[in-house]
Design a protein around this ligand. Sequence first.
Ligand SMILES: [Zn+2]
Length: 406
Amino acid sequence: MIRFWPLERGHIVTSAYGPRWGAMHYGMDFGWPGGSAGRAVHAVQAGTVVQVGWDPDGFGWFLDIDSDDSQGSNLWVYGHIKPEVTLGDRVAAGQRIAHVNGDRTTNGGVDPHCHIEVHRWSRQPSGPGRMDPAPFLQGAAYPGAAPPPPPPPRGMDAQTLARAMGNSVSPERYAALLPAFTSAMREAGCTTIERAAMWCAQLGHESAGLRYMEEIADGSGYEGRADLGNTRPGDGRRFKGRGPIQVTGRDNYTECSRWAHGRGLVPSPTYFVDRPDELASDRYGFLGPVWYWTVARPQLNTLSDARNLDGATRAINGGTNGIADRSTRYQRCLDMGAALLPEEDDMTEEDRRMLREIHAALCKPRPSLVEGSTASLDAATFVQCTDAATYRTERMVADIKKKLEA
Ligand SMILES: [Zn+2]
């Protein structure tokens, strides 16, 4: 149920409900700066016209409009007006029902205005049954004004992601991936249509619409590849291509981990080296593309700004493999426009600065307090060392007890 102001936007309240001139004003007066005669009067609530009255000593012409409970209840009186509806008419909320009577002789000689009252249930004599209209008008709409446009959708939704990716997996799967996907877009600076479209097209091609979060081959083909830093036995399989843009090889896993830890995104500086599978997980899988997009190939956003699909493809692929599919995806994403953009997050610069400080305080390695030690420990490592020391002490105590008992 929505109520309307009796006059259009720009009106003023010329007199409120309450004591006035030694008497009680049982209504509320509305007017226009510069004169109100002839101004349209609108129904506050929907209802039925139950009286079109003439009161030579009070209002002049007036209207009583009765509303049932679904229409907001009570009876509204409009005075000092010229009616434009007739007895028995049903009126909609906000509908024009009258105009302000310009004849001062019907008005006790004051300036033309619209007087409204709200009576509990039905016509009430002067007294508490005539209520203050102001609380009823809290948040009322302006009659005649276009309804406010619906708020723009806030950020990419799962349906949009599914469309951008070509519906290659189930809607549920896209819904599950959406938060990590959009937060990665923000991290990568893909917050314009050009960049978002390039991001979606390239990730979409590389992962077949997010169907694959790691390469299908087992990675043994990379065994011994010194250019990827695969120097230890098993590195090929261990550091196979993972994430929607595949990060491959020990060196890249190492760099990506260090970068992610530096940004407070993973718990340790060797996170993906220690847990390679995590680079293909729903939670962390999109960090690979962010690292790739902003660190390994930092030209990607500039290429995106220039709509340079060929250049971006060469940066990612080394050549132009799959350029036709990439191009189809790119055009589709460009056409989707602003729907593709990730929702702004609510963090302020100050929030981010504090987060970085907290992260540094917890994770920055600190020199050992033990004299002569060259070790430097971050908080997590320190706790693990303490834990290990406690365990060793407990075991020693248990051994001593056992010997004493023997
Ligand atoms: Zn009045």
